[in-house]
Design a protein. Structure first.
Length: 216
């Protein structure tokens, strides 16, 4: 699809700065390797989508993949950084879908569905099983301003985001839910949904000590 773009919000996989909720049972180094694998698999998925433009919105010095653009994350609170990501990459007439690096089971087909839906609705929202969301797509990225007032990383973040979009009169299509990787239990569950031999599957197999050590 031309006239569309996908933003990938990411954090450079540095031990001690990413996936800290995996520790324990993982070490900071293992958690960083799992994060790097999730990011690399997600990059491949976005690259395989039909989006016209792909942009890495990054915290840190992680480079842009070949054929991608890159912008730095800007702002303090996550809600501000998300809104700024939409604002800093805004192109008139270009629908935008933003995702994160926490759903390596994501497929290009799911992304293409989100892009197609934006031809008929104002927004698409992909709920996450923990109450947040894994994707937000907007025909007009300016509507991302609503994110600044929504608390993030709570069980109600997704519901509050949906309510805010609807209060602004937007027609919202809900995408299928996905599970985020936050804890080691999440990592094991999500790895079971990924293609065998993927980077994420290999990283989890070598980085999560044992199911018996994993607690929610």
């Amino acid at each position: 699809m031309t006239g569309s773009q996908i933003l990938l919000m990411a954090k450079t996989p540095v031990p001690g700065r990413v996936k800290t909720r995996l520790c324990p049972p993982c070490t900071p180094g293992q958690a960083a390797r799992i994060a790097a694998a999730a990011l690399a698999d997600t990059v491949d998925t976005v690259s395989a989508s039909t989006a016209g433009t792909r942009i890495l919105v990054v915290d840190g010095d992680h480079p842009a993949p070949p054929g991608w653009a890159r912008v730095a994350q800007r702002g303090g609170a996550l809600g501000d950084r998300l809104a700024n990501a939409f604002d800093d990459t805004r192109v008139p007439g270009t629908a935008t879908v933003l995702i994160g690096m926490d759903t390596p089971q994501l497929t290009a087909g799911r992304l293409d569905t989100a892009l197609r839906r934006l031809a008929d609705v104002d927004a698409v929202l992909g709920p996450a099983e923990d109450g947040g969301w894994w994707a937000l797509g907007l025909r007009d990225p300016g509507h991302a301003e609503v994110l600044r007032a929504i608390p993030t990383s709570t069980p109600a973040t997704g519901e509050q985001t949906l309510a805010a979009l609807r209060r602004h009169g937007l027609r919202v299509h809900l995408l299928s839910p996905l599970r985020d990787v936050d804890t080691a239990a999440d990592a094991l569950a999500v790895a079971a949904m990924c293609p065998p031999g993927s980077r994420f599957v290999r990283a989890v197999a070598g980085g999560v000590p044992s199911p018996a050590a994993v607690v929610r």
